[in-house]
Design a protein around this ligand. Structure first.
Ligand SMILES: NC(=O)c1ccc[n+]([C@@H]2O[C@H](COP(=O)([O-])OP(=O)(O)OC[C@H]3O[C@@H](n4cnc5c(N)ncnc54)[C@H](OP(=O)(O)O)[C@@H]3O)[C@@H](O)[C@H]2O)c1
Length: 279
């Protein structure tokens, strides 16, 4: 760990070590950004804590105790239990000591700030499930009391499990619709690619491997070359060739329009869910 790491000498409480909390913990340890003894994991489910203990990380079933031992508090519980957890930890949260980071989908920063002592720095993050394989995409929004140093801390944590971008909170529903739900759209696309291969006589396992690696390779080219997707598409598309034959069918079937409308529907639903959870 470099001397300038914003996580150096900090202790992290991870409240809720289910799918996402445990992925974050594993990513942080694997990346070497924190040592196991810098983390304390809290959960009400002993089986989740047992999994974390194998990494050499201290665990507790007492959220308050975890918060008292740390400076950074990562809230990785389901949105439905967030109010209970906030009420639990509020009495031991110190605005001068703690930075609270929530990954709960649809829980606004204002609601978290209102449940904690005045002045508590709060950050909201929307990660996605590929965080489990250290290839996540996370968007970060700062609360009213969070400063540049808190932003750096959040970047350091979430870059352990993939890519990180900053967005204003008003765009979190758009992030949820694009990259939060996105892996599901990509899995459907991968399945369709594999089905197409099977239809043409490829064995299922071969078709699925080719589909997955094609998605991974294309994504890597996009990120690593920085080229516009249209330019990369043109590189594969020779005059009168196979690719343009397929692309003309996709255009006729309104492939792009279907994606744009699908993600608009997810965005609409994210807004509805955020509204109903605050009523
Ligand atoms: N998974 C995703 O794709 C994704 C993406 C972006 C954001 N998120 C957000 O990440 C958060 C966690 O999701 P997840 O999929 O990791 O959920 P999860 O697997 O259910 O993990 C949550 C953990 O918290 C525990 N818990 C429940 N109440 C608690 C309490 N009062 N104190 C301490 N621990 C408690 C749960 O135990 P029990 O199982 O016994 O209840 C469970 O072990 C959610 O808010 C979700 O919106 C998830």
């Amino acid at each position: 760990m470099g001397l300038s790491s914003p996580l150096e000498d900090k202790k992290l409480a991870v409240i809720g070590v289910g799918a996402m909390g445990s992925a974050l913990v594993r990513g942080l340890i694997q990346s070497g950004k924190v040592k196991p003894e810098q983390i304390v994991a809290a959960d009400i489910d002993p089986s989740k804590l047992a999994g974390i203990q194998t990494l050499g990380i201290p665990t507790t079933d007492d959220n308050k105790s975890a918060v008292q031992q740390s400076e950074i508090v990562l809230l990785c519980v389901k949105p439905q239990v967030m109010d209970d957890v906030l009420a639990d930890i509020a009495p031991v949260t110190d605005p001068k000591k703690h930075c609270v980071i929530s990954i709960a989908a649809g829980v606004p920063i204002a609601r978290i700030e209102a449940s904690l002592p005045q002045g508590t720095p709060v950050i909201r993050v929307m990660p996605n499930t590929p965080a489990q394989v250290l290839a996540g995409a996370s968007a970060i929004a700062l609360g009213t009391n969070a400063d540049e140093n808190h932003r750096k801390i959040a970047h350091e944590i979430f870059s352990a499990v993939g890519l990180v971008v900053d967005v204003p909170e008003k765009l979190m529903d758009a992030v949820t619709a694009l990259s939060g739900s996105g892996p599901a759209y990509v899995f459907v696309f991968a399945e369709a690619l594999a089905d197409a291969g099977v239809n043409l006589g490829l064995p299922r396992d071969v078709a699925l491997k080719l589909a997955a690696q094609t998605l991974l390779g294309a994504a890597k080219m996009l990120l690593e070359t920085g080229k516009h997707p249209a330019e990369l598409k043109d590189m594969v598309t020779s005059p009168g060739g196979t690719t343009i034959a397929a692309l003309s069918v996709l255009e006729r079937q309104a492939f792009r329009g279907a994606i744009i409308e699908a993600i608009s529907a997810a965005h609409q639903r994210a807004k509805e869910l955020a509204k109903s959870s605050s009523e």
